[in-house]
Design a protein around this ligand. Structure first.
Ligand code: AHM
Ligand code: MG
Length: 373
């Protein structure tokens, strides 16, 4: 009889690995376990959307002017509800909320969670994997975020985009308010931190399996949710991008006509016939960031979402898309750039700032920079 190997659960892994290296704030792992709970809830709803093939729209637009679906709002609420009781969090930045959301129960909390609750949700109608992306940052100094005033609760099931002054509740019933003063207030200087400062970052991928990948700066670890026990189980410890990596480039080539000549040159370079005996490049593009990044992490290659005419800063958001991806890549032996600067060194000016993103195998990101500089 084969002996059964005990695979650590996420909780057990965090307890043994993260507690042993407590350079980060002690209870940051509560945020990660809260995100895992939110991920479990979101995975269930995503699976149901695949089942029915319908994608209910709210008719609303998010802060970026994009049509939102009810599932975007559901994912946002699930994240807020599951993490807001972590005392270390003073506020949440979400793609779905116009302003930062201070947490009344812990105004002195030393950390900020930046999150894209459900990236790529427009793909759901055709059952393409989507994901949650998260970044945990330290706040510059305590006391900078104004606590919320009382506000009206949105009705249950209210699918409106969260607007200034709206209030949500955490699992324990604490009010969390989208703050109307915070955008221009001094608090902003506390939270606009470069990706290099991240305490932890990662993503949850809702695909054939639900996968959670995180780094706290000591390697990248991957967990798969076991549908039977409901636990996230350690699946890949200390993920390293293979070397040599897959010769994949990944970008939306439909925008070619709007590309800068340097971007043209770069892709032309990838299309050149390879030297005798060498393997040429092939293309892979899903159009769902977490899925494209997960593939890049596991097999290598280069993901690109450049700036182009009409999108001078690209499409992806620095604080809750590019920066967490960049930390994961760097910790796995790769890197990420905006074309000229390492993503992790960029100081955000705005919580929803966009950036071009080139992420993947180090040697390919270096090649991209050599064309784009
Ligand atoms: P979203 O945040 O509105 O979901 O958009 C982000 C998504 C990413 O998942 C993906 O990389 C990108 O948009 C694809 O954009 P495009 O359709 O322009 O190629
Ligand atoms: Mg997004």
């Amino acid at each position: 009889m084969r002996s059964r190997t005990l695979v650590p659960t996420l909780d057990a892994f965090l307890e043994s690995e993260e507690a042993a290296h407590a350079s980060a704030p002690p209870d940051w792992v509560h945020v990660l376990t809260g995100l895992a709970r939110a991920g479990t809830r979101i995975a269930r709803v995503v699976a149901r959307t695949g089942l029915t093939g319908t994608l209910p729209r709210t008719g609303d637009r998010n802060v970026h002017g994009e049509a939102t679906t009810r599932i975007d709002r559901y994912a946002h609420n699930a994240v807020v509800e599951e993490v807001a009781d972590a005392e270390m969090l003073c506020c949440i930045i979400s793609e779905e909320a116009e302003d930062l959301m201070p947490i009344r129960s812990s105004p002195g909390g030393g950390c900020i969670l930046a999150v894209d609750p459900l990236d790529g949700s427009s793909n759901l109608g055709v059952n393409v994997p989507v994901g949650t992306i998260f970044s945990l940052l330290p706040r510059t100094r305590p006391g900078g975020v104004r606590p919320p005033r009382s506000g009206d609760m949105p009705r249950p099931g209210d699918a409106r985009r969260l607007r200034r002054g709206d209030t949500l509740r955490s699992r324990s019933g604490e009010a969390i308010r989208s703050d109307d003063a915070a955008r221009s207030g001094p608090a902003l200087s506390d939270i606009l931190r470069p990706g290099r400062d991240q305490i932890a970052a990662g993503y949850i991928l809702y695909g054939a399996a639900t996968v959670l990948v995180y780094t706290s700066g000591r390697g990248v670890h991957g967990f798969i949710r076991d549908p039977e026990s409901g636990e996230f189980l350690l699946n890949r410890r200390d993920i390293r991008m293979p070397s040599p990596t897959a010769r994949h480039y990944s970008t939306n080539e439909a925008y070619t006509r709007r590309w800068d000549p340097r971007q043209h040159e770069l892709v032309r370079h990838f299309k050149k016939p390879p030297p005798e005996g060498a393997k040429g490049f092939s293309a892979r593009y899903i159009g769902s960031l977490v899925a494209d990044i997960h593939r890049t992490l596991l097999v290598g290659g280069l993901f690109m979402y450049p700036a182009f005419r009409g999108k001078p800063e690209g499409k992806l958001r620095l604080m809750y898309e590019a920066a967490p991806v960049a930390l994961v890549m760097e910790q796995a032996g790769g890197r990420a750039t905006n074309g000229t600067r390492d993503i992790l060194d960029i100081h955000p000016r705005d919580i929803h700032q966009r950036t071009p993103l080139f992420a993947g195998a180090r040697e390919l990101v270096d090649v991209a920079e050599s064309f784009l500089r």
